[in-house]
Design a binder for this molecule. Structure first.
Ligand code: FAD
Length: 400
């Protein structure tokens, strides 16, 4: 591709690739995806739980709820059509006491309001039939929850983007961005419209283009353990704390047959600090933000941080938390598995932003909070992003 590019997408994760596919299928013009890594799926899109969520824990009326339910339907259909490995096992959320039972009822109401199909409360007997080792006086079953191979899903979406005409340039980090022009190490690229899907670095690209400098991405690491010695057949979740945009620890049988427990949600001192390392420059930058301190000093955040730090640094605490969901018939072995990092957006008041955020400026569109269930939502959200990117600049600036 030479000369001017009509659309340049920064980031070839599942969101960037789904947007590239959508724009290419609409024959929107020339499309170039710039991805800094030498291969796809090195960050959130290849390091997640692989769950196609049904939408039960989403706030009714939110963009994320709509995108999750519709995106989940499309993702399952896509994976069936393309032969992407997928297990359509349904999601189970267990209630271990009266208080959690009330959370299940709230989830049922929220799920019904969001249009999640076929939700059902299970008695303990019905739960035992589906998941004999699960603990729980009751459970919520959402039959449309599924597990996929997230890297293969991403590769299949990228493959359709390419076959519809999008070009991918791997190993091409965008180091500078302004309206109408992006720079990589190879020099400048003239661009009609930039679509920023840079995940953990999306706030930086937006800031370079003068968009929403008040918003910051604060990275939260999710650590997983591989578990042996449990007979979990599908997915078992604990009832979530609905004050936070994170799900609690859950057990997921992957499409490869491995059982994963996690993820936790631990503050990460580096946007790509997958090994719990502290990246001094990035950590220092984060600690200098007022948004960070406003978030960190709120009492509810301190509770969440303490709970997650315990399960991150103590394997016994992690095991205890996990075994509150299931009964182990014998010894259980835990082995650290991969970690992923959430690109959590924090606003000027230090609040964790819950919904997906799309910012539109002249010549650019920015995806700023593609947190979970971003993979589930991706195919539907790509439609929404493409609509925004294709609107005339003046009209879009008024509408968004
Ligand atoms: C631990 C964890 C578990 C999750 N579980 C689930 C789940 O079960 N189900 C679900 O639906 N969602 C889940 N999610 C959320 C989901 O993974 C994300 O919403 C989704 O992957 C976001 O996709 P993305 O394309 O925005 O981000 P990414 O996959 O991070 O892609 C962004 C890309 O941009 C590239 N990039 C960044 N900066 C630049 C630059 N300057 N130049 C060029 N390229 C750049 C990066 O290399 C990266 O490849 C989970 C997330 C995490 C972290």
């Amino acid at each position: 591709m030479t000369g001017m590019v009509d659309f340049a997408i920064v980031g070839g994760g599942i969101v960037g690739s789904a947007v590239a596919r959508e724009l290419a299928r609409r024959k929107a013009g020339s499309i170039l995806v710039l991805e800094k890594e030498p291969a796809l799926g090195r960050h959130a899109s290849g390091r997640n739980s692989g769950v196609i969520h049904s939408g039960i824990n989403q706030k009714p009326g939110s963009l994320k709820a709509r995108m999750c339910v519709e995106g989940g339907r499309r993702a399952r259909e896509f994976c069936r059509r393309r032969g992407v490995p997928m297990t359509e096992c349904g999601t189970i959320v267990v209630a271990r006491g009266e208080q959690e039972r009330r959370v299940l009822e709230r989830l049922l109401e929220m799920g019904n309001a969001c249009g999640v199909p076929d939700l059902q409360i299970l008695t303990s007997g019905q739960l035992a039939e589906r998941e004999p080792q699960a603990r729980g006086a009751a459970a919520l079953l959402s039959p449309t929850g599924a597990v996929v191979d997230s890297v293969k899903f991403l590769e299949a979406v990228a493959e359709e983007a390419r076959s519809s005409g999008a070009e991918y340039r791997l190993g091409s980090a965008v180091i500078r961005a302004e309206r109408g022009r992006l720079w990589t190490a190879e020099g400048p690229i003239d661009v009609g419209h930039v679509v920023n899907c840079a995940g953990l670095h999306a706030d930086r690209i937006a800031r370079m283009m003068g968009v929403r400098p008040d918003l910051r991405i604060i990275p939260f690491r999710g650590e997983y353990m591989e578990v042996e010695g449990l007979d979990v057949r599908g997915m078992i979740y604990e009832a979530p704390d609905l004050r936070f945009p994170f799900l609690g620890i859950h057990l997921t049988r992957g499409v490869d047959g491995r059982l994963l427990a996690g993820p936790s949600a631990v503050l990460s001192f580096g946007r790509e600090a997958y090994e719990k390392e502290i990246l001094v420059k990035e950590a220092g930058e984060m600690l200098s933000w007022p948004q960070f301190w406003r978030m960190a000093l709120s009492p509810s955040f301190l509770g969440l941080a303490w709970q997650n730090a315990r399960t991150s640094f103590s394997r016994r605490a992690f095991e205890r938390e996990m075994l509150s969901l299931v009964r182990a018939p014998g010894p259980v072995r835990l082995r650290p598995a991969r970690a992923g990092i959430r690109a959590q957006l924090v606003d000027a008041a230090g609040r964790l932003v819950d919904d997906l955020v799309l910012e539109r400026a002249e010549g650019s569109t920015h995806v700023l909070n593609a947190v979970s269930p971003g993979m589930t939502a991706s195919l539907a959200f790509a439609d929404y992003v493409a609509d925004a990117a294709l609107k005339g600049d003046a009209a879009a600036a008024k509408a968004v």
